[in-house]
Design a protein. Structure first.
Length: 159
């Protein structure tokens, strides 16, 4: 299975880069992992809805350049479906069993994802109704993908 994580913005904090690198290394024995960073747009304080729409559209265009027609696209969205780690593991396993060889996860910037990207996505996934920094979500997502592979392999780690 090939997993691609497409995220808006660079990870600046060393502790997040280290955590992401650790999970990327661990995932190496289960899948081919690619992490793609697209440039973010500066969002002015108290930006209007129109300005935010333009920012999301620009970031969305950058994301869209990396989306593959043959990939199953999962967008992280606060209003997406929530699942347990076991359900998430089953979803990844089922995709593989049904012929999907490439899953692309998309993490938007600080103001979310463009509607065009949300429409393109095959599934909307939410980790919580809470808001998290998008940089942190990259590490949390990789940890959950790693957990899913460990669950599917029947290996210890999960609990």
């Amino acid at each position: 299975m090939r997993i691609t994580v497409i995220g808006v913005g660079k990870i600046k904090e060393r502790y997040l880069r280290d955590g992401i690198a650790e999970y990327a290394k661990r995932l190496g024995r289960y899948c081919k992992l690619d992490i793609v960073e697209v440039a973010d747009e500066k969002t002015p304080e108290h930006a209007s809805e129109g300005v935010e729409r333009l920012i999301k559209a620009k970031e969305g265009e950058r994301i869209a350049k990396h989306l593959r027609d043959d990939a199953h696209v999962i967008a992280l969205a606060i209003d997406g479906k929530q699942s347990t780690s076991e359900q998430f593991a089953r979803q990844i396993n089922d995709l593989g069993l049904h012929g999907t060889s490439h899953i692309q996860f998309v993490i938007g910037g600080s103001i979310g994802l463009d509607d065009a990207i949300l429409k393109r996505a095959d599934y909307h996934l939410s980790f919580s109704k809470m808001t998290f920094p998008h940089q942190l979500m990259r590490m949390v997502l990789l940890e959950q993908i790693y957990r899913a592979y460990k669950i599917n392999a029947g290996e210890p780690y999960h609990k």
